[in-house]
Design a binder for this molecule. Structure first.
Ligand code: FES
Length: 103
């Protein structure tokens, strides 16, 4: 099991927003929803688009390139042309820091 990695400051993410971080060569998207923080792959599973450039709405991230939608908490692809789910990552908050585990 991999270590917890410090990836961002929680205060830097507004509610219903997303940022991109790069950690150990992997691009992740870190989201803040009403009930907490979540992490998924940062690159869309359909093509090479940065999800942090998309829109967070009602618990979904809409890809900026072809408007595929994914459920943020589960990574499930919910609308075409996205069909392949995103990976999600375990995340915790320590103080104001966001830590993720890449497993
Ligand atoms: S690149 Fe994201 S839906 Fe096509």
């Amino acid at each position: 099991m991999s270590d917890w990695l410090d990836v961002a400051n929680a205060d830097d993410i507004d509610e219903d927003d997303v940022i991109q971080v790069e950690v150990e060569g992997q691009v992740l998207a870190i989201y803040r929803l009403e009930d907490g923080f979540y992490a998924t792959d940062g690159i869309c599973s359909h093509a090479e688009a940065c999800l942090a450039d998309g829109f967070v709405m009602d618990g979904f991230i809409e890809c900026p390139l072809h408007q595929g939608r994914f459920e943020i908490k589960t990574g499930k692809a919910r609308s075409a042309p996205a069909t392949e789910d995103l990976r999600t990552y375990e995340l915790k908050i320590e103080g104001s820091r966001i830590l993720v585990r890449l497993d």
